[in-house]
Design a binder for this molecule. Structure first.
Ligand code: SAM
Length: 225
């Protein structure tokens, strides 16, 4: 059984060949791309920082981040090579590709970051763990820790089930008309579930919450100790 439609790499590849690489990663290309950039800059990202985009898809953030960051500062990982390739070839211009070698991308489904050979200052996973059971976030944090600079921050979005809401019932999220579940994609979690993913010797958990996401996703921050 696959966790989400993103694991059907043939179907994703067919969609990319049909020119749908923006829709497949959720559409709202400009709105959510700009939102991520505004958020990261407000959080202190600067052109000299190294940014890892976990589950980078077709570079909705990447196209903007590559333009903003100095050369050799943007990195991405995803399980679908077809999405990364579409983003690299169609969303980056020649100058962007010159700033970002193909070796800056890792393709795998197990959150392996061994393709990184420099410490990251900032990392983000936007709308990635909303599609996955929570042990994936735990694994991501475990694997990412050795590749983050001390004090570096990893931001991850999630759908929240508030205390007092029924964890086991379908939950209508505020704003975007999305219904989430405890056991299937798209998933919701309690804040206390996120705490469970954290090894407190490696990461400090710093909840953020609302960040103006149009579909009601919340933001969590994990700071490398
Ligand atoms: C909704 S899209 C978001 C893409 C990107 N973060 C953005 O905001 O534009 C979710 C992405 O997560 C990727 N993904 C899903 N499961 C993954 C896994 N286990 N490892 C790496 N990437 C994964 C999908 O292939 C897809 O590109």
């Amino acid at each position: 059984m696959s966790h989400s439609g993103y694991y059907d790499q043939d179907a994703v590849g067919d969609g990319v060949r049909d020119g749908r690489h923006r829709e497949i990663i959720g559409g709202l290309w400009d709105e959510i791309g700009d939102l991520q950039m505004r958020f990261l800059i407000a959080q202190g990202m600067r052109p000299g920082h190294r940014l890892l985009d976990v589950g980078c898809g077709s570079l909705r953030l990447g196209a903007r981040a590559v333009a903003y960051l100095d050369a050799d500062r943007y990195f991405g990982s995803d399980l679908n090579e077809s999405l990364i390739r579409a983003g690299y070839e169609q969303e980056l211009d020649e100058a962007g590709r010159a700033k970002t070698p193909w070796s800056h991308f890792g393709v795998n489904a197990d959150f392996s970051f061994d393709f990184l050979n420099q410490p990251m200052d900032v990392a983000i996973a936007q709308s990635v763990f909303t599609h996955l059971p929570l042990n994936h976030l735990r694994r991501c944090l475990h694997n990412l820790a050795p590749h983050m600079a001390r004090g570096g921050r990893f931001f991850a979005t999630y759908f929240e089930c508030l205390d007092g809401q029924d964890l086991f019932a379908p939950l209508a999220q505020p704003g975007g008309g999305i219904t989430t579940y405890d056991y299937q994609d798209p998933y919701h979690y309690r804040l206390s579930d996120l705490v469970w993913t954290v090894d407190p010797t490696l990461w400090a958990f710093e909840p953020i919450g609302d960040w103006d996401h149009p579909r009601g996703q919340r933001m969590a921050c994990f700071r490398r100790l």
